[in-house]
Structure formats: C-alpha cells, structure tokens
Design a protein around this ligand. Structure first.
Ligand SMILES: Nc1ncnc2c1ncn2[C@@H]1O[C@H](COP(=O)(O)OP(=O)(O)OP(=O)(O)O)[C@@H](O)[C@H]1O
Length: 251
C-alpha cells in the first residue's frame, strides 16, 4: 500500500474495546473498560505506572485475550516498543525489509525500501548494523519498518522513552512528519505529558488499576506543535491536574 492509497485505506482502520475486563490471577487490571480509536486518529494513553496501559496495547494487538468483553480491530497492526526491536544480526536494510514481507513483487519491494530510506534520511546507513547507529537513528529505522508496506495501525509503547531529551524532542517532530507522508491510526502509550500534548489528537487519561478512563481530552491544534504553544501548555496542565500530579507538586 502506498501513500496515495493510504488515505482511503485508513478509513477502514478502527480499534474498539467494549466492556473489557481482565485479571492476572486474582488481580483485576481492567474492569469494564470501553474505548474506541477512529481511523487516522492519534490517540495517546497516559496513566499511573502499572495501571494497565501496556495490557491495553497487548489486547488491541491480539497478544492476549480479555477475560470478558469484545475487541474489534480492522486493519494491519504493527507495534513499536521502547526496547530496541531491531534484529542485531541484520543490516538496517534487512531489518526494514522485514516489514515488506507481504510485498511479493521484488521490484515493488525495492522501490518501497528506497522510498522508506529517503523518508527517514538514512540512505547512507543501509548496510550498517543496528549497533553502529545512535539510539535516535535506531528508532527511525523502527519507524520505517512499522510504516513499511500495508500497515494501517501503529501501537506504540513508550517508543522514545529510552532516548535522551533532545533526541526525544526531535523524534516527536520526526513522527509527525512521517505520519504526514504515511498516515496511520496510532495508539501511543507514554508517561511523558509533553509528548502527549504535542502529538495527540485525543489523550485518554487512565486511573489507577483497575484502569478506567478519567478524562478524554481533544487537542485540535495543528501539528507539529511547539512545546510552549498555548494549546500544548493548556493540555499539559489539564493532564497533570487529572493525574493529581499538579496538586501533589503544589502541596
Ligand atoms: N503477564 C502478566 N502476568 C501477571 N501480571 C501482569 C502481566 N502483565 C502485566 N501484569 C501486571 O498487570 C498490571 C498492569 O501492567 P501494565 O504493564 O499493563 O501496566 P502499565 O500501565 O503499562 O505500566 P507502566 O506504566 O509501569 O509501564 C501490573 O500490575 C503488572 O504487574
């Protein structure tokens, strides 16, 4: 699937959890949780540590099954995690090609690979191995692999949290730029309130475990958003308030 067709195809990528409950042993992690992510939407999930954010992504990807409730998914899902998911024994080019296995035509695969390299500006590193790249470069390769071929939905679990602050800021802009070229439906988990406010169309603020949605915050400002843009600062304040963090710091 190529950029031109993507806007149409993305119309069909929806994700829904309906009344989902899940326990690990006797510990309830999710209780009657419902949420829905629209085609082309960038939804960010924030919430206290251990409240069930990764569990929600695992349910959405189909890695685990709910105890009760329904999950509805339409579209090809790719995941990007915090931990470097590249195969260390494969070159950058071979790693990205893993995302192109469904493209059967060799020439089409080669063209797509070339276009992905141009997109992430790493043409000179095709034959390098992951350990020869910086952390930010490795995450760009991860993004290229996730955006390769016919994916529709990206599930991203704290993808930038292992990077230094400046690289994280750059990666936010990079992600916005890449999604402009290759639109996807995104569900993005983060602890970083700035990141949420700069990237999200909608922020879902979760409660402590068992997680419920405390607040849904729509952010309509155009992207890329600056860190000190009015809407970004306002959203950060609202998220912090909802999480009870602003109150704790002030007290
Ligand atoms: N496979 C599992 N078996 C047992 N317990 C689990 C399993 N996976 C997660 N848990 C527990 O479920 C709860 C939710 O975990 P989860 O990883 O979804 O939280 P999280 O919100 O993503 O946390 P963090 O923000 O710290 O990454 C935690 O208490 C965790 O210990």
């Amino acid at each position: 699937m190529y950029a031109g067709d993507m806007k149409d195809k993305i119309q069909n990528s929806r994700l829904t959890l309906q009344d989902v409950s899940l326990s690990f042993g006797t510990m309830p992690v999710l209780q009657n949780l419902s949420l829905s992510v629209n085609s082309g939407e960038f939804a960010v999930i924030v919430g206290p540590s251990g409240c069930g954010k990764t569990t929600i992504l695992n349910l959405l990807s189909g890695h685990i099954q709910p105890g009760s409730g329904a999950i509805h998914r339409e579209g090809v899902i790719r995941t990007v995690y915090q931990k470097d998911g590249l195969f260390p024994w494969l070159t950058v080019s071979q790693n990205i090609s893993m995302g192109l296995r469904s493209v059967s035509d060799a020439q089409q695969r080669e063209e797509e690979l070339q276009s992905l390299f141009e997109l992430i500006h790493l043409e000179d590193f095709k034959n390098h191995y992951p350990h020869e790249l910086s952390g930010g470069m490795r995450q760009r390769v991860e993004l290229a692999r996730a955006l390769a071929g016919n994916s529709d939905i990206l599930l991203m679990d704290e993808p930038f949290s292992a990077l230094d602050y400046q690289t994280r800021l750059r990666m936010r802009y990079e992600l916005v730029r890449l999604l402009e070229k290759r639109p996807r439906t995104v569900i993005f988990v983060t602890h970083d309130i700035e990141e949420a406010a700069q990237l999200a169309d909608r922020v879902l603020v979760l409660s402590k475990r068992p997680a419920t949605i405390l607040k849904e915050l729509e952010i309509t400002a155009s992207k890329p958003r600056g860190l000190t843009d009015g809407e970004v600062v306002k959203a950060m304040k609202e998220i912090l308030e909802e999480l009870g963090i602003l109150r704790e710091i002030v007290v």
